[in-house]
Design a protein around this ligand. Structure first.
Ligand code: G3I
Length: 364
């Protein structure tokens, strides 16, 4: 997962203005806190539970969520923060095809259900992830050839069984995940190769039949900025809308990396999807860096987290932000990118990092 470098911060760019405003807000917040302590004393302050990221996001009509995964749910301190700081959860793996239909026609929703039940207990909403993806498919599906007729039937059954199962329990589905290459051409997945590009419209229609209310999304990485890949989504979304195919939103994963530059066109990009009548969401945010994590890199990461929060808040139809798990303890990054990590707002000891405070500040 590599990304093209983005230009970052000419003095007149709105991005820079927003950072200056944030610094001013930070200064003001510091002064106000000092005044408050002087007036009320530190003891009075200790009783006021600070608002969570979810509380702060809610004031803007947005959610602030985290991904999680079943194996981590034995970690009680982890679970406590997951349950208190966020109002939205995405299962990192438990709703994927390999987990939910391990044998053809045999469905197993144990993992997804565990996360849905936990989320319900914590009054959190759940994003369904994901129905159609080229990765993490069961062996029975990838291990043989299919005719178009056969694969259409398999795909329809998978989508509709899973969507029906989670009807009323998830607010949105990543219906098709990662359908395009970096240059904006279709990814040659088993679905594309066997069914042609129409599999995307079919998947959306089948999902809509199974749940008339859930929000239906296409989701991908490296589409945060304007470029060939996000253009492909913009064009496809326009076509789908013209054909009255049910599509509600575009999920921008936002797996960013300090070494590749910040996507400075994020806000404009969110806006152009909104202009098509679509919601957007930042669905899998993390900002990795080449290790070791220095104070400087953590500060830059914090600024990027704040910047992407600002971008989402600036566009009414950007409905929320989800980090791809909240702590470096359970991040996917070190296993996939050698020598990289420290991508999340909490460190491996579940201590908040500068990024956490920067998000808070941006949400205020
Ligand atoms: O289930 C096996 C387990 O039986 C085995 O013992 C263990 C040993 O490695 O592996 C387990 O499978 C792992 C699986 O996660 C479940 O934990 C795979 O090795 C591992 O590759 C897989 O990684 C997931 C990855 O998707 C696969 O591409 C990550 O956890 C998950 O966070 C990540 O999520 C994706 C999104 O779905 C789509 N966007 C990109 C994002 C990051 O890759």
């Amino acid at each position: 997962m590599t990304r093209a470098g983005g230009s970052y911060g000419s003095p007149t760019h709105p991005h820079v203005r927003s950072r200056t405003m944030r610094k001013n807000r930070l200064r003001l917040a510091g002064v106000l806190a000092a005044v408050l302590v002087a007036v009320t004393g530190p003891a009075a302050q200790a009783h006021d539970k600070p608002p969570t990221l979810a509380d702060l996001a809610e004031r803007h009509g947005r959610y602030f969520g985290s991904a999680t995964d079943n194996p981590e749910l034995v970690d009680e301190p982890y679970k406590a923060l997951l349950g208190s700081e966020f109002d939205q959860i995405t299962p990192g793996n438990g709703m994927k095809w390999y987990a939910t239909e391990p044998q053809q026609g045999v469905f197993d929703f144990t993992e997804g259900d565990e996360i849905v039940n936990l989320a319900r207990a914590n009054h959190q909403k759940v994003r369904g992830h994901t129905l159609v993806w080229h990765s993490q498919l069961p062996g029975w599906l990838t291990g043989r050839e299919w005719t178009a007729t056969e694969l259409r039937a398999v795909l329809k059954k998978h989508i509709q069984t899973e969507v029906r199962h989670y009807r009323g329990k998830v607010f949105a589905w990543d219906v098709v995940n990662e359908a395009f290459n970096e240059d904006g051409t279709y990814r040659e997945t088993i679905f594309y190769k066997t069914l042609g590009p129409g599999y995307i419209a079919d998947a959306l229609r089948w999902a809509r039949q199974a749940d008339p209310k859930v929000k239906l999304y296409l989701n991908d990485y490296n589409i945060e900025g304007i470029g060939p890949k996000s253009d492909a989504y913009h064009n496809l979304a326009k076509e789908l809308k013209a054909q009255r195919v049910p599509l509600d939103g575009i999920g921008l994963q936002a797996h960013l990396a300090l070494q590749y530059g910040y996507p400075t066109t994020l806000e404009d990009n969110l806006r152009r999807f909104a202009e098509l009548g679509l919601d957007t969401a930042l669905t899998e945010v993390d900002i990795r860096m080449i290790l070791p994590a220095t104070e400087e890199k953590l500060a830059q990461q914090a600024e990027w987290y704040a910047d992407l929060t600002d971008a989402c808040l600036a566009v009414r139809r950007c409905v929320g932000i989800t980090v791809w798990d909240y702590t470096d303890k359970y991040s996917w990054i070190p296993a996939f990118f050698e020598g990289q990590g420290a991508a999340l707002p909490w460190d491996e000891q579940l201590r908040p990092k500068p990024a956490y405070y920067a998000i808070r500040e941006a949400l205020r």
